[in-house]
Design a protein around this ligand. Structure first.
Ligand code: ADP
Length: 481
């Protein structure tokens, strides 16, 4: 601890002036009074006081001074006729001062060496601090003072999470658990600085244990990544906006072309119908002409239906590339894509996908789209529950589905508010949404994709609360490539 970090009372005791006063008092008592005790032994207190304000050489100098005073006092009081008693007491005092001085100087040298090593940590740009098992800060480097705005002496002794208003990416108990088991933890934290600015830091923790293996302290190294995250956020927002715009644009184009292609035959159906009615309304209905108009109606209606079939076939043909896919890989890649959303919305993800599941046959990009949709919907639903209860789990197992046969079932379960009973029947309808800015196309597209894969998608509420989406995907036949 530095001299400036001491309380005023401790600072007064740790000053050279106080040591001088003590030395003068001992010298006076030793010289003036003629007690039969080795008063000069008390000089060891002066040597020990010197530990607080001087180094190795300083302590030896103070000790030499005390020994000089001992001898001086002896000469003044007993110089004329020295007796064996006082001589012995003098030697005892000198020996005590020497031994104390050597031990104190050695101790001071070790402390200085340690302090020098610790001061090396002040050279790094990384924020470093040490906290004990109760989260109480015991060390705080210069970079930490620069980033957070608190000086070392203001932080030592305070609880880190409280001081910095730490926002953890996972429940603290889970983090401590990992730290205790592996000795390390890495993740992103949000800290508040002294002037209430929020900073995002990439944090690395290392657990220090004592000789018996018991955890004693945690070394936390933090890197400020606030600026980097801001750029990433901006980029992400632009990307999302672009995706949104292009989705709407595609939808708009598609709608316009469908409307155009279908409108013509539909207009013809109406015109034929009206003509047919006119032929029937005649005093003598002309059944032959009526038949011709009805035939024309059927032809035009078929044309309209052909247009829709062609459009659907076109959409499917353009996008689907079927291949055997590992569900474990699919889930892993997809969760990586939404990792940022999970982090920002403080959602805990757990995946339990056995690696030995048989592959499913499908289009990687489309199935990823389905999973992303389900995960993002769940993340949005979880926004309405407390941060420490936002749990999302993705599981998979082999099963036999009554409609699709041998399948791999992927379950996406969340701990959100669940799906209201009146919403459940419309969940997969196109343009059905309960969100202010929703398009209501996500689940409808998911269903088209899954059904085009010969699979099934369904949703239900979990008995313990939250929604559960079930995706059944047919297993790839042996030998499929
Ligand atoms: P959008 O997300 O644009 O609303 P979707 O088709 O993806 O469109 O979702 C339709 C609706 O289904 C949502 O508006 C929401 O009400 C409901 N929903 C979807 N997933 C969940 C979920 N995990 N929990 C609760 N409701 C959900």
């Amino acid at each position: 601890m530095s001299f400036h970090a001491l309380t005023p009372a401790r600072r007064a005791i740790a000053s050279p002036l106080f040591a001088v006063l003590v030395a003068i008092t001992i010298f006076t008592v030793d010289t003036v009074t003629s007690l039969d005790i080795a008063v000069a032994v008390l000089y060891v207190a002066v040597v020990l006081l010197a530990l607080d304000f001087t180094g190795y050489e300083g302590i030896l100098t103070v000790a030499a001074g005390c020994m000089l005073l001992t001898v001086l006092s002896f000469v003044i009081s007993h110089g004329a006729d020295p007796e064996p008693g006082p001589i012995l007491r003098g030697f005892v005092s000198l020996a005590a001062i020497t031994i104390t001085a050597l031990l104190a100087a050695r101790n001071q040298r070790a402390v200085t060496a340690l302090r020098e090593q610790a001061s090396l940590l002040d050279l790094t740009h990384d924020t470093i601090f040490v906290r004990d098992r109760n989260d109480v800060i015991t060390y705080w480097n210069r970079a930490a003072a620069e980033l957070y705005g608190w000086r070392r002496e203001e932080t030592v002794g305070r609880r880190a999470a409280q001081l910095l208003d730490t926002v953890f990416p996972a429940p603290q108990a889970a983090i401590m658990d990992e730290l205790e088991h592996t000795g390390r933890w890495e993740g992103e934290l949000i800290h508040a600085t002294r002037d209430r600015r929020l900073v995002t830091v990439a944090s690395r923790w290392a657990l220090q244990r004592d000789a018996r293996g018991r955890p004693v302290s945690i070394l936390e190294t933090n890197n400020d990544v606030t600026a980097q995250r801001a750029v990433e956020d901006k980029l992400h927002r632009s990307r999302m906006e672009l995706a949104h715009v292009s989705r709407i644009a595609t939808l708009g184009e598609l709608t316009a072309s469908i409307a155009h292609e279908v409108n013509q035959p539909l207009a013809a159906v109406v015109a034929n119908g009206e003509a047919g009615l006119r032929w029937l309304d005649r005093p003598v209905p002309d059944l032959n002409r009526t038949r011709t108009t009805v035939e024309a109606m059927i032809r035009n209606a078929r044309r309209a239906s052909d247009v829709i079939v062609r459009l659907r076939a076109l959409a499917r043909k353009a996008e689907t590339v079927q291949a055997p896919l590992s569900v474990a890989e699919l889930v892993e890649q997809t969760t990586l894509l939404v990792e940022r959303e999970l982090r920002v919305h403080e959602v805990q993800l757990s995946t339990t996908v056995p690696a030995d599941l048989p592959p499913v046959l499908g289009d990687r990009v489309q199935l990823q789209q389905v999973l992303i949709n389900l995960l993002i919907n769940a993340v949005q639903a979880l926004d309405s529950v407390a941060a420490d209860r936002r749990v999302l789990s993705v599981g998979a197992e082999r099963a036999v589905d009554e409609a699709c046969g041998d399948v791999v079932v992927v379950l996406v379960d969340d701990s959100g508010p669940g799906i209201p009973d009146d919403v459940l029947p419309h969940l997969f309808d196109a343009f059905f949404t309960t969100k202010r800015e929703g398009m209501g196309m996500g689940l409808s597209i998911c269903r088209s994709i899954v059904e085009a894969h010969g699979g099934r998608i369904s949703a239900e509420n979990r008995s313990e609360g939250g929604a559960s989406f079930r995706l059944a995907l047919p297993i790839a036949p042996a030998g499929a490539t």
